[in-house]
Design a protein around this ligand. Sequence first.
Ligand SMILES: [Zn+2]
Length: 178
Amino acid sequence: MKIKVILLTIFLIFLLSNTLESHDPTMKLSKNFTLRELTRSQTALRKGIHNEPNEEHLIALTVLVHKVLQPIRDKFGTVSCNSGYRCAELCEILGSSAKSSHCRGEAVDCEAYSISNRELAQWIKDNLEFDQVILEYPGKDPRDGWVHVSYRRDGENRNEVLTAIREEGKTVYKKGLQ
Ligand SMILES: [Zn+2]
């Protein structure tokens, strides 16, 4: 009897340690996107931060990939994800809020190599369902900046379009694509 209890305990510890372990970064979230693309961060690497999503975040990332990133990939080819999920510690270091949609696994900063960031933001606006699309810091070069796009998995998506620009050293969000 005692042996059975011990074996069961060992089994449960094994099971628990497995569920607490990191997700495989090569895990595919869709046809063309792996988890790694949505969690990697140079800052996290430099600072030794374990930027690991929990199950809730993983579901949100998967929905985001299917609703936003994969349609962009299917239309325009290679998409580069600069920042997807950010744990609270990483958000803090980057000066962004722990309430950010990145912290919930609901946002990604991306670029598509075959079109400008403005064209990408415009296409998302015209073709996809999303919570926010922000054309971030556009400049003279069409490659300047990036596109932030978020998708709320609770379905309360606002389809809000903004442009982030710097004015007198501060970031200002203007309505629409500027
Ligand atoms: Zn962002």
